[in-house]
Design a protein. Structure first.
Length: 361
């Protein structure tokens, strides 16, 4: 089996003894364990063997790409799954909770009814996979770094094109086009371009609002490379800024710098979030920053760990997280600054190199 599947088995044994195999159904987790992207397929991992079941569309490519796992051609997924179950005398199979629908669970249970198989619908498999995915290998971190470099190149090329009269929607389209030209597989998420009053909405969608002189423009963007995501936010000014805008921007930047200093092994994600919010609130902006300080990034744009008030996560070397404080003033403007960091053995390395000093175009 692959190192990741061996690690999964070891992780599962810490959490439960009541399993003979694990069935991995979600596209993102199939890709994590196989290294192969497909819109359909199943990974069945026993305690000592693993199978990747795919249909004819993917079989030839999977045979070439997937190593240390048996690739099984399925004309009928039910038949192939039941063959493996009977071969290994499997009785208890762990299911993903987040990666499977109720309809799929009911279908699986109907399939395996005659084989006497029980499907275990606890969070054990999800928790084990999330724990593994939270800590990135050097190869994974390099893919994330490359995705970030692509986004930054696009951002630098975009800045000179910003002018009064450009709409938020036009800006988002141009940025995604530039990322694609630089080698992105896709945009990491629905890009946020929010100007003026719209910037006071943390997850504002690009609209037909035109950029105006004196606007703060918040751009939240990321690229996908080799399946891995990046995430960066910058807030820039068009033409001029007021003293209040400058004050808020500098406060957010100070808050982010303070938070980044706390990103290190053993740090409580909840505590980093709390200390950062406390700093902003004590400086006169209580209630103006209420979303989580950050989140993990990898094969998905939001994954473990979470830097939030409810988080129980503790940072470990290899985790990649965002740090993105903001201040949002209703009907006025908003400021958010976001970097992406990888936790190292003794601190953290910032994967984001785009300048953060207040930029007035």
């Amino acid at each position: 089996m692959t190192d990741r599947l061996n690690a999964l088995t070891n992780e599962l044994q810490k959490r439960t003894e009541n399993f003979d195999a694990a069935l991995i159904t979600s596209e993102v987790n199939r890709m994590y364990f196989t290294g192969f992207k497909s819109s359909a397929g199943l990974v069945l991992a026993t305690r000592d063997e693993a199978y990747f079941i795919v249909d004819f569309r993917y079989y030839e490519a999977a045979v070439k790409k997937v190593k240390n796992m048996d690739v099984v051609l399925a004309t009928d997924f039910k038949s192939e799954l039941l063959k493996i179950i009977k071969t290994h005398k499997i009785k208890n199979i762990l299911l993903e909770n987040a990666g499977i629908t109720l309809a799929e669970v009911l279908r699986l249970e109907a399939w395996a009814k005659d084989a006497g198989v029980s499907f275990i619908k606890t969070s054990a498999l999800d928790d084990a996979i999330n724990s593994l995915r939270a800590v990135k290998t050097e190869e994974e971190t390099q893919s994330i770094k490359t995705a970030q470099e692509i986004a930054e190149k696009a951002f630098e090329k975009f800045l000179p094109t910003i002018k009064a009269g450009m709409t938020e929607r036009e800006a988002a389209f141009e940025l995604e086009f530039l990322m694609r030209k630089e080698g992105a597989e896709a945009s990491a998420f629905d890009m946020i371009v929010a100007s003026g009053k719209n910037g006071a909405v943390p997850h504002a969608q690009p609209s037909e609002k035109k950029f105006e002189t004196g606007d703060f423009i918040t751009i939240d963007m990321g690229a996908v490379y080799n399946g891995y995501h990046s995430d960066m936010t910058r807030t820039i000014a068009l033409g001029k800024v007021s003293e209040r805008q400058r004050e808020v921007y500098n406060l957010v930047l100070q808050a982010q710098n303070r938070a980044i200093e706390q990103v290190k092994p053993g740090a409580s994600c909840k505590d980093i979030d709390a200390v950062t919010k406390d700093f902003i609130y004590k400086n006169g902006y209580e209630g103006c920053f209420e979303h989580a300080l950050g989140h993990g990034v990898g094969l998905e744009i939001h994954e473990k760990p979470s830097l939030s008030v409810r988080s129980k996560d503790v940072l470990k070397p290899g985790m990649v997280v965002t740090v993105e404080p903001g201040i949002y003033l209703k009907n006025e403007f908003g400021v958010r600054i976001e970097d992406m960091l990888v936790v190292t053995a003794d601190g953290a390395q910032n994967l984001t190199s785009a300048a953060k000093d207040l930029l007035i175009l």
